[in-house]
Design a protein around this ligand. Sequence first.
Ligand SMILES: [Zn+2]
Length: 459
Amino acid sequence: MITNYQLRITNFLLLMIFAISLRAQIPIYGADSLMKHYNSKMNHFIDRDSALGSFYSIDLFGISIFAGETEKKNNQIEYRVNWAELPIYKNIIATASREEAMQIMLSKGNRPFPPDVMKRYHVVPDFIKSQPTAKLPLKGLRIALDPGHIAADTAMGRIEDKYLLFKTSKGPTNVQRTANDSVMISLAEGMLTWQTANALAVLLRSEGAEVFMTRQKGNMTAFGKTYAQWKKNDYKRTLDSLLKLNPTDIHLRRLKSGRVKDENSIFRYVFRDAELRKRAEIINAFHPDLTIIIHYNVDEKNKPWNKPSSKNFCMTFVPGSFQDGELGDSERRFDFLRLLLTDDIEKSTSVSGLAGLEFQSELEVPLAKTSDATYLSEHCIPAGLPGVFCRNLSLTRLIQGTMIYGETFYQDNFDECLRLTEKPRFAAEGNQPLGGNERISEVVDAYNKAILLWAKSLQ
Ligand SMILES: [Zn+2]
């Protein structure tokens, strides 16, 4: 016979065991496979050289982030996500602003999510937006387009160091060049990406998508002003705020002292990163279902690009591939964990794989292999589909969600630079151009085909 007293003791002991097990973090069902999965993803796609072990630890209960080696040694956790907290973490990442999500994680630390956060983010966001019809296959989908760089002319192209300016001859080599067949190549990458994005936007809208562009016209920056306007209004302020964050940075100090004041340095050390951040910020605010970052590549060995190259490859980049020294601030660590725990890398790889195949077949350009460029072999990880590489670029890291970062071909390739220089086609009657440059139209078609296949896969 159990007495009332004994019952109370048993209840008390059960309660104690329950409380202790909570504190001791009993692993959830399937914890070992979660641990295996995230360890494997980390090793295959994120921690490229296995150099970042001081910033995280993955165990049976979840994953911890540390600010560095000393912190890890002293078990000073920056924050932690237990496997049981994964759903709420993913809801926060999908719905909160980046700033808010970062703040929630930093104040969470090693504790559970506070009740107000649990209440606010326990509902799974409604992701099903696609409502295709026969005429509007992209209806309901939001697509962000980012035409890379700025320049609409080679003068601005020179400032951002993204331009081609040389004479070449028609035909496959320069051997038989004569005065008659020599052609002036004058291209700025920002001009090509702008034309591509603009034509692609028209097409995607006609297929029902809601399209957002980071730049509104040639020579226009993501700040909604020209580079010259930015320099006049925002340069000093931006330089001062960067100096506050990096007081020992030698390039910034030289610019501040006036010892260095050339346009390329101002662009490179102050403008470029600030503008890339702006692009990511306005894309994230649009909450796109897909982001297309449009670039045209060059042959890295052909620098300073004053002659054509015989090489040509297409490739796409997706997030991942962090390297030593790339987790120095809490924002980078936030994205590092986000890319591990969300499906952004997987989804981007899948759609980028489609885009690569379209580039290859539509444009007849081979997909790059790791050995085809130094940056691929030294900074990237093959993402598992042909021509798709994980690469830790500002935009692959800062933009959330699914993306295609396309590098369709080498613009300095001897055939491509001639095709890109050809005038637009004209209609037989009247003099109205039928469209832009023919080669760019082919690029637009290749992106569009990949986007339509992606949209179909959502149904
Ligand atoms: Zn580019």
